[in-house]
Design a protein around this ligand. Structure first.
Ligand SMILES: Cc1cc2nc3c(=O)[nH]c(=O)nc-3n(C[C@H](O)[C@H](O)[C@H](O)COP(=O)(O)OP(=O)(O)OC[C@H]3O[C@@H](n4cnc5c(N)ncnc54)[C@H](O)[C@@H]3O)c2cc1C
Length: 289
């Protein structure tokens, strides 16, 4: 199937892009990044914008740079750039693991970090990484710039708190505190498929006890979620198999209403959430120093 007809604009600056947005009915405009999610929607005519605003030629929206507080990633940076970055692989390994688990190489070649965040697929790795790192999202509109915290960014299925007329320009990724261990686990039917469920975990171990444990699930709810009830079980507990069992049971109880579809039943997803969060946290404990 071919897309319904649309006008196409390829601005070269953010100011020009915002100008075009200002001159159009915002409900009729679709921003395009890597097109990996948008193009299928256009081709299947599930989206019928009258204007596609291509961000690929806008200056200054791509690239990564490190500052003392962490990494700054331009919204149009492709996943491939993160995958190939020695800095990301060595200093932000949880982000690197999340990156290489996304789709297949051609998708990572074209798909952007910002595109995945705004797409906000509940089974997507990056929104979960955003919660694990407490990322911040910088968005621009004709009213200026605002910064949205990760916990406020993802609203529900395929929905973020970005408003029509806003463009995501940058993602700020703090470094995890020194000594933080991390774990990443996901189950997909085939390599490259969206995960059925996935789990990210981070923890520090101080004086033999768990500190600041964090568990994030994807594919288990309408968006990526933290599991405070599971985290609470581990705070101040020894990093042991017994603690992991208590945590896993709390995760199972907390994931009350996961999606049920042709890939997996809700009950199977709940059990996966338990198993994968335990595995991810076990990895994190073993890496904590
Ligand atoms: C076969 C296949 C397998 C895949 N597997 C996975 C997977 O395992 N895990 C996973 O996470 N993803 C997966 N994806 C999705 C892929 O990661 C997409 O790249 C991603 O979801 C969208 O990124 P994009 O840059 O292509 O954005 P686009 O498709 O261009 O845009 C996506 C949405 O975000 C909006 N948008 C994009 N950039 C901005 C911006 N800067 N500001 C405001 N709005 C913006 C667009 O308007 C659109 O609504 C898969 C895709 C395919 C086709």
């Amino acid at each position: 199937m071919k897309p319904a007809p649309f006008e196409y604009a390829a601005p070269k600056t953010i100011a020009e892009a915002l100008d075009i947005l200002g001159q159009n009915d915002l409900d009729e405009v679709k921003l395009m990044a890597g097109g990996q999610s948008l193009m299928p929607l256009l081709n299947m005519r599930l989206a019928r914008p009258s204007l596609v605003l291509d961000l690929n030629h806008v200056e200054g929206l791509d690239g990564i740079r490190e500052e003392s507080s962490g990494l700054r990633v331009g919204a149009m940076t492709t996943k491939r750039v993160l995958e190939d970055s020695d800095l990301v692989r060595s200093q932000y390994p949880l982000l690197w693991e999340s990156t290489v688990a996304i789709g297949h190489a051609p998708i990572r070649n074209r798909g952007t970090v910002g595109g995945s965040m705004v797409q906000a697929d509940p089974a997507s790795e990056y929104p979960a990484a955003a919660l694990a790192f407490d990322m911040e999202f910088v968005v621009m509109s004709s009213a200026g710039e605002r910064v949205i915290q990760a916990e406020d960014f993802f609203v529900t299925y395929l929905t973020t708190s970005i408003e029509p007329g806003e463009i995501l320009t940058e993602i700020r990724i703090p470094r995890l505190p020194p000594g933080t261990g991390w774990g990443f686990q996901e189950l997909a039917r085939r390599h490259g498929d969206f995960a059925i469920v996935g789990a990210l975990a981070t923890v520090r171990v101080e004086s033999g006890l768990c500190c600041d444990p964090r568990i994030v699930l994807f594919g288990a709810a309408d968006r990526a979620i933290r599991v405070p009830a599971g985290e609470a079980c581990l705070e101040g507990a020894p990093p042991s198999e017994a603690s992991l069992t208590v945590m896993g049971d709390a995760v199972f109880d907390a994931v009350e209403d996961p999606l049920s579809d042709v890939h997996a039943s809700a009950e199977y997803r709940r059990d996966l959430a338990r198993v994968l969060s335990k595995r991810a946290m076990s990895e994190a404990m073993s890496r904590a120093s």
